[in-house]
Design a binder for this molecule. Sequence first.
Ligand code: GMT
Length: 377
Amino acid sequence: MGDRLKIGITCYPSLGGSGVVATELGKLLAEKGHQVHFITNSIPFRLGKFQKNIFYHEVEVNDYYVFRYPPYDLSLASKMAQVAQMQQLDVLHVHYAVPHAVCAFLAKQMVGDHLKVVTTLHGTDITVLAQDESLSDIIRLGINKSDAVTAVSDDLRKETRSLLSIDKPIDLTYNFVDKRVYYPRDVSGQRPDFATPNERILMHISNFRPVKRVSDVIDVFAKVAKAMPAKLLLVGEGPDLPKVQCKIKELGLQDRVVFLGKQDDVAQVISLADILLLPSEKESFGLVALEAMACGVPTVGSTAGGIPELVTHGETGFLAPVGDTELMGQYCITMLSNPSLYERFKQACLDRARFQFCNDLITHEYEKIYYRVLGKE
Ligand code: GMT
């Protein structure tokens, strides 16, 4: 164990927790001396500045006129095989089963069995797509043909086994945050732009898809705003945004809610908040709650999916059943009206993020998996 490896990483490179985790992992592996080759259709948005040991190979789709639909999956599989051969990759680590695990399997068929495939399941690839019968067999194939499969929570592991009848062992490898980036930032210069000293700030960050239940965020906030001076900062954009805007207007909360749109420097933005709201219908992990936790911000949210594995109810936040906005609102009020309780939660957040979900720990877990599939334990 300890050899420098050549690792190919494929993920969805645009916004989304799986893309963030895959990119951050690649950067950390490169820092540890491994050679990392991103094989994606555009530069991963968090890749940032030039860094030694990191390479990017763009997947270009052949839009030949006979194709009704350009075959992205075949282009990706071919590119994976080409890069694996040219760069002599040891491992292809793909994030998201569809289509990445299947493309990696095809690449392995072209390159040979010495190329090992590790698939990380992130959530919607299983919780939504695997329920579609037209896709479940191919998702199962991708998983079964991977040399190792990891899931970002135990809940997702269980769901994968039951939905797809998978017997193969699945490693539990939680998501992580880089502690050099996620820590309580000094926001004393920015906070006055959003709230007066006596106002509390609640925040929600997501892609505003229905699964995030942003409408519940507004209901929770409305309850809190009745009890104390408060502001709600909404970060991100997505399909439910217009609906949410209407609801805010209907409830007469326009002066209390600020839309920040998409933001890159999440650690700085999250540090403005007193509480993060995450009332999702489904959430295999909830990376944003970890980002908040690492900045010392407790979460109030739902008990959906893997959230309870991340947020310890009564210690680093409070969780209620999906849709119970009354209880979530009450939890926020309890926390915000009791400064010593709030301080305890804040400290527990910092400790839990640092010790349980630290970048060093989780990067090492992935390295162990790579060495295991390569027989280099
Ligand atoms: O939640 C999303 O809408 C994005 C999605 C993704 O593919 O990036 O997030 C999934 O993966 C994240 C990283 O592992 C998890 O933190 C999210 O909980 C998971 N989303 C769902 O399960 C709905």
